[in-house]
Design a protein around this ligand. Structure first.
Ligand SMILES: [Cu+2]
Length: 232
């Protein structure tokens, strides 16, 4: 009986343990040349920046760390509720901010137009319903949700061809997007071993994955994207 109780106590403790995964994502190789976005076609966009704005599809710092990479746990069975925190996708200075984001299915997304010009946000999901609506300068906010989990899909502006963003929809809260220094952290993960995936838009389905064991505390896991060889 005593033994049974101790097993029960141990099981309960193990189930309750949560940890985190953190690390950095980098690129092994020479990155592409930074390209300036040309926004002058819309004077409002052109005037909204004092300094050059560069393309956001491959943002790497001097130490080869990559920003805008989604890092997430794959195939995790999550029974909790959808986070009540709203996520914001802003159209500001005629770029999307953030450029890459993760949301939970059913989580409220607030789409903002912080510019004094017309945008037309056009999402190109394959699983969720396509969305496409104009946001004239007087329409500052619009709320929406995506109801199905889906791999990262492109969002574009039908007015300004340089504007793009990517959104991935999850059925769990265990995801993060890397900051400008390439770092990420995913918190409150139940103890266990998981496949952790890093996605970057230029590499598309060529994701980088690692098995990570989470216990009490923090597990470190870095990811490296390698330039694909031209032979393939
Ligand atoms: Cu636009």
């Amino acid at each position: 009986m005593k033994r049974l109780i101790s097993i029960l106590v141990l099981t309960t403790l193990t189930v309750g343990i949560c940890g985190s995964i953190s690390g950095t994502v980098n690129f092994d190789g020479k990155g592409p040349k930074k390209k300036k976005l040309k926004m002058d076609a819309d004077p409002v966009c052109g005037k909204s920046h004092q300094t050059p704005v560069y393309r956001q599809d491959f943002v790497m710092d001097d130490n080869n760390n990559l920003a805008n990479v989604i890092v997430y746990l794959k195939n995790i069975d999550f029974k909790g509720s959808v986070t009540k925190t709203q996520v914001v996708l802003d159209q500001k200075g005629c770029v999307y901010s953030p450029h890459v984001m993760g949301v939970m299915k059913g989580q409220e997304i607030l789409i903002k137009n912080s510019d004094a010009t017309l945008h037309n946000i056009h999402g190109l999901p394959k699983v969720n319903t396509e969305f496409n609506f104009a946001m004239p300068k007087v329409l500052k906010e619009k709320k929406m949700t995506l109801v199905k989990s889906e791999d990262a899909f492109k969002v574009k502006c039908d007015v300004h061809p340089w504007m793009s963003a990517y959104v991935q929809v999850f059925d769990h809260p265990y995801f993060a997007v890397t900051s400008n220094d390439g770092s990420y952290k995913i918190d409150n993960i139940p103890a266990g071993t998981y496949e952790v995936v890093a996605w970057q838009e230029k590499f598309k389905d060529k994701t980088v994955a690692h098995q990570v064991t989470v216990a009490d505390g923090n597990s470190k896991q870095n990811f490296t994207f390698v330039k694909p060889s031209k032979k393939k």
